[in-house]
Design a binder for this molecule. Structure first.
Ligand code: GDP
Ligand code: MN
Length: 378
């Protein structure tokens, strides 16, 4: 679950990481009232569950009431890469001397959290990794968190001044503790700044909580902003589907995570691009199949759908019935390529052909067919 910046900052504050004050507004009038109270200059910041708001024009420093009204009015309702801004954070502007990066992610290869810091903050860390990898220091964390000597080494890597290092050390230690205590999969400060007065503070917060851990964090689960999340992901979670949206054009409906992975690999191998990972599980439940089809039809980038079923415990005829019911319900216009094999395969083929549909049995053939259909539809 992604948190908004203002929610991440609440967690930072509670953990003792210095963060400027701030309040959220849903209208330009409210924004101006908050700014009047905080004192100028302030920053007006779009609250959407996606990064790169600055570049998109969603972060603006303003000097007076007129400017707040204008900028808040402009940013509210703005579309940042598919995310419509419904609220803005108003926070006193910091006079920035230096911007750093500090973030903790899960390093899946090493199976430990990884702290990364860079003196080149404020920009995309991926870009720093590409252009100037020597400007990133990586520290793997173990179960004991971030040891003091490694926090000090990281602080020295960021700034030569002892007075600044002394402030950075506890911030990194607290960030590591927060990452662990809140079951985060990402806790990122970009930028972590030194102000003109020599004070270090977190001016941005990006926190992602592991969905599987929300059961033990009721207060975090309550922060979920359904209106700001991808509607497909919301529906998938409600219906118990595993769904991850990707950038391609081929929608995939598959039973089983392993088969879903193999399907995506094969699509890439043959030169196509999957639009998603979608696992309907071992189920033939028409509700789940309908939900899957709904999610895919809503995604404007999907040009063709591959329905790939391996019948084991799941019976192919059950899935075929689920698919036909789903198609009756939603009247889907996208081209569909069906591949099924395994238990009750023949019964499934009979059901489908009675409706004028055919199913392939070879996965390779099905993948090539769906890539061709997607190309025709483009
Ligand atoms: P992001 O683009 O979504 O990561 O949003 P950020 O919160 O990181 O803001 C983007 C950039 O706006 C930062 O890197 C800063 O350069 C700038 N910015 C944010 N807050 C302030 C502030 O208080 N004062 C000044 N001068 N610039 C700010
Ligand atoms: Mn940022």
């Amino acid at each position: 679950m992604n948190l908004h910046e203002f929610q991440g900052k609440e967690l930072f504050r509670a953990a003792g990481i210095p963060v400027p004050p701030g309040e959220v507004a849903r209208s330009a009038d409210d924004a101006a009232a908050i700014a009047d109270r905080l004192g100028y200059p302030v920053v007006v910041k779009a609250q959407v569950l996606i990064g790169g708001r600055g570049k998109a024009g969603g972060v603006k420093v303003v000097k007076n009431r007129d400017e707040v009204m204008r900028e808040a009015g402009r940013i509210l309702g703005m579309d940042i890469r598919g995310h419509v801004v419904r609220q803005v954070l108003i926070t006193p502007a910091t006079d920035i001397e230096k911007e750093f990066y500090a973030g903790i992610v899960l390093d899946r290869k090493f199976e430990t959290p990884l702290l990364m810091v860079s003196p080149s903050g404020g920009v995309d860390i991926e870009e720093v990794a590409r252009m100037a990898p020597e400007k990133i220091l990586r520290v793997h964390l173990d179960g004991r968190g971030l040891p003091a000597y490694r926090a000090r080494a990281a602080a020295r890597f960021l700034d030569p001044r002892f007075a600044v290092q002394k402030q950075i050390v506890p911030i990194l230690t607290k960030l590591a503790a927060l990452y662990h205590d809140q079951d985060a999969s990402l806790a990122e400060i970009n930028p972590l700044v030194v102000s003109a007065r020599g004070e270090v503070a977190a001016l941005d917060a990006k926190v992602v909580i592991d969905d599987n851990a929300l059961d033990r964090h009721a207060e975090l689960a309550g922060m979920r902003d359904l209106g700001a999340e991808d509607p497909g992901e919301v529906e998938a979670r409600e219906k118990g589907l595993s769904y991850v949206r990707l950038d391609g054009t081929i929608g995939c409906v598959v039973n089983g995570a392993g088969l879903a992975m193999a399907t995506m690999d094969l699509i890439q191998y043959h030169g196509g691009k999957p639009a998603n990972f979608l696992d309907i599980g071992g189920s033939s439940n028409p509700d789940k199949v309908t939900a899957a089809m709904n999610i895919l039809t809503r995604d404007a980038r999907v040009r063709a759908v591959l329905f790939n079923i391996f019948g084991g415990i799941t019976r192919c005829d059950d899935v075929a019935r689920g698919l036909l019911t789903a198609l009756d319900r939603i009247g889907m216009k996208l081209p569909i390529v069906i591949r099924l094999t395994g238990t009750n395969e023949q019964e499934a083929r009979d059901l489908l052909s009675a409706r004028g549909m055919t199913a392939l049995s070879d996965m390779d053939e099905a993948v090539r067919a769906v890539i061709a259909r997607a190309a025709e539809a483009a």
